[in-house]
Every structure is written in structure tokens, then in C-alpha cells.
Ligand binder design. Structure first.
Ligand SMILES: [Zn+2]
Ligand SMILES: [Zn+2]
Length: 272
């Protein structure tokens, strides 16, 4: 059984969507026999956009102080614990040249152990329109059919670009939009195949995210995608995406069973 999770969230400074402090997460991880814990709060920066959760970062420079402080707080807590702790961020990727230029600068300054590449948004081709899927559902924001389809298409293309970017240690929840029933029609299979091909080509690590069992009735990504990725020997890591102490290690036994069934042997972990 895998005894670590690299995708977890805390509540530092009240701006993140985790429910517990780094100390609480580390205490709990130790108590359930985890040998390592990666804390990966959201790094969401997009000009004019919303940054998790009560503070807006409309540019990277303003956000930088908070991210640096976040990493320091986690390291301080880690010094009080025995468990091996890694500090990372779950980054919302954007493919625009402007975003990448700013992100590269920030990335150099952050000096963290790892970065997760994520897409939580529907968007148009140049990301001048971006719609966070959670806000869309929770605030019941209406999007017309054409915009929705284009948004889903660009969701998949963004996932693919995040794989190709080379910025990330692994890619999160490939099909996270399915928690709101998005991207499930057969017409999207061709994009899911493109995701598989991009991962295969670079042998890029990705996660089996067990939060899908709570939110969508199955893990992320779909079992058929896992089967194809297993055949291609793409490295995989199990993560719980825990936003609170009680979610650490959720469905890990089920995930292990599934990977055994699929004969998925190429397991990834941080080497530091
Ligand atoms: Zn996420
Ligand atoms: Zn997450």
C-alpha cells in the first residue's frame, strides 16, 4: 500500500480551501502510518481572475509573497514532525506566452520540492474567457451550449499543454470536469486519447486521484484511460487530494486493488 500522498491542501492564511493546518495534516498523516506527506496548496494566478479563496491575485508579483510565506509555514511545521514533508503547489496552468513568462519567474523564486499541473477551468482558445467549474456549478452560472462545448474542448487542450510544458512533476485529476457531468459524451474520447498520447510520448507522471470516488463515483481518470496508460507504462502516483485530515488516504485500498487488477506496475514517487 502506498503510504504517502503528494496532493493535499491546508488552510494557511485563510486563503486556501483546506480545512486544517499543516501541523494537523502532519499529525494525522503520522497517525495513519504515512511515511511522507506532500502539501500542495493552490497556486492560481490569472490576470483579473480569482485566486483561492478569499483573496484575489491579479498578478504573480502580488501573489509571490503569500506563496513564499505558505512554503515557510509548512516547513516550520515540518520541523516539528518526524514525517518526511515535501512542499509543493497545485498550479493552474495556462498556455499563453504571458502566463508562462510570469510563471517561470515565480517558479524560480518559489524553490519548492515539486509542482502539480492542474486545470480546473473551462476556457476559450486564448483564455480571455475562463470559467472555474466549481464556481460555475455552485453559483449556477449559465453558459450557452456553444460556449460550453468550446470550454470543454479547451479544457482538454489545456491539460495536454500542461503535460507538454515540462513544468510539472505530475499532472492532477485528468478528467476532473466529470464531477459536474462535463466531458462525458463519446465525442470527447478523441481528446482523452490525445491526453493519453501526450503522457505516453513524454512518459509524464500523472495521478490516480481518489477524490473522484467521493465526487464522481469513480477515480480520476476513467478506468479505461488507466488501462491504456498502464499498457504504455506511464508512471502513476495515487493521491487523495485531501482538503481535511479525515480525507488523508481515502480509498487508497481501492486504488491499490484497481492498479493490481490493471497490472499497473510503474509507480512514481518523489526522489529527493
Ligand atoms: Zn485540483
Ligand atoms: Zn487539489
Amino acid at each position: 500500500m502506498q503510504t504517502f500522498s503528494y496532493h493535499t491542501h491546508t488552510n494557511n492564511f485563510g486563503i486556501y480551501d483546506g480545512h486544517n493546518s499543516p501541523d494537523e495534516m502532519m499529525d494525522k498523516a503520522e497517525s495513519i502510518g504515512f511515511t511522507e506527506l506532500g502539501i500542495s496548496n493552490h497556486l492560481i494566478c490569472k490576470p483579473g481572475s480569482y485566486c483561492w479563496s478569499s483573496q484575489n491575485f491579479d498578478d504573480f508579483a502580488k501573489a509571490e509573497t503569500v506563496y513564499l510565506k505558505t512554503a515557510d509555514k509548512i516547513r516550520e511545521a515540518a520541523a516539528r514532525h518526524k514525517i518526511k514533508v515535501y512542499v509543493g503547489f497545485e498550479v493552474d496552468y495556462y498556455k499563453s506566452a504571458d502566463w508562462r513568462r510570469d510563471f517561470e519567474k515565480l517558479k524560480n523564486r518559489l524553490n519548492v520540492d515539486y509542482l502539480i499541473g492542474s486545470t480546473h477551468n473551462l476556457m476559450n482558445h486564448d483564455a480571455s474567457w475562463v470559467q472555474n467549474i466549481y464556481h460555475m456549478k455552485w453559483s449556477n452560472i449559465q453558459v450557452d451550449d456553444e460556449t460550453l462545448k468550446d470550454g470543454i474542448k479547451n479544457y482538454w487542450l489545456n491539460v495536454i499543454e500542461s503535460i507538454k510544458s515540462g513544468y510539472f512533476d505530475f499532472i492532477a485529476h485528468l478528467d476532473v470536469i466529470k464531477i459536474f457531468g462535463l466531458g462525458l459524451e463519446p465525442e470527447w474520447d478523441e481528446y482523452k486519447w490525445m491526453v493519453i498520447e501526450a503522457l505516453d510520448k513524454t512518459k509524464h507522471p500523472f495521478e490516480l486521484n481518489t477524490s473522484g470516488w467521493t465526487k464522481a463515483g469513480e477515480q480520476h481518470p476513467h478506468t479505461w484511460m488507466l488501462k491504456e496508460l498502464a499498457k504504455r507504462d506511464v508512471p502513476i502516483v495515487i493521491n487523495d487530494d485531501a482538503h481535511s485530515v479525515d480525507l488523508l488516504g481515502r480509498y487508497f485500498a481501492e486504488a491499490e486493488n484497481l492498479l493490481t487488477e490493471l497490472n499497473y506496475t510503474n509507480r512514481w514517487k518523489l526522489q529527493k
